[in-house]
Design a protein around this ligand. Sequence first.
Ligand code: KIV
Length: 273
Amino acid sequence: MSNYLSADTRKITTARLLEMKRKEEKISMITSYDFSMARLADAAMVDAILVGDSAANVMAGHATTLPITLDQMIYHAQCVVRGVQRAFVVVDLPFGTYQGDSIEALKSAVRVMKETGADCLKMEGGAEIRESVERILSAGIPVMAHLGLTPQSINKFGSYGVRAQGEAEARKLREDALLLESLGCCALVLEKIPASLAEEVSKTLSIPVIGIGAGRKVDGQVLVLQDMLGITQGFSPKFLRRYANLGEEIKDAINRYVSDVKTLDFPNESEQY
Ligand code: KIV
């Protein structure tokens, strides 16, 4: 079993993420939505924890990320922040809380930062959300951008397939990435795009580029925790590596418990007062 434990236990900041990019030290990011998992991820020395709006899928069972509310994201982020000492905590601004109205966007952003103690916000989109990104950045709130497959736009895309395979979409992605960096975003997530395009963007930008389904030639990787632990059922995209099969282990443990209760094996004499 390989084991990576960094000796550096200092809190990860935007400056540290930039330094990691400069030193070509890869950034590890994972999602978490609750205190227990965030505490384990932090103890395992993950560099960044994303309180993703994927909570809508893996926590609440919705088919898309669209239904999750700002209040629900704030609740998840509060739980995560309580479990974290070192990792950089990023919170997704949910669908409908920042697109279109930059004043509303700033209000949403300020609520998340004030009520959770997170380090950064993540926002999906490029030029079309420029005003919101600028206003939030002007309040001193770090923003991680997100391009490529942006799940909040699933109804526009029509599928969760690979994005930016054609020249027009790839060109827009390149332009958006440069724009978001020039506005002052501290990092960029690229989801499900060709590895060659992700590599090119990562080489062009000086901010860290964190990929999911974007190949290895970027500055870091992010996965959804329940997916990589094998808890999510019926979801196995090519980019997903499963590091455990906890879904089966959890089912088996609960099934053994049920059996022990039914057969009066649990509790035994040493497990009672
Ligand atoms: O919400 C999420 O989990 C995400 C990651 C897939 C990057 O945005």
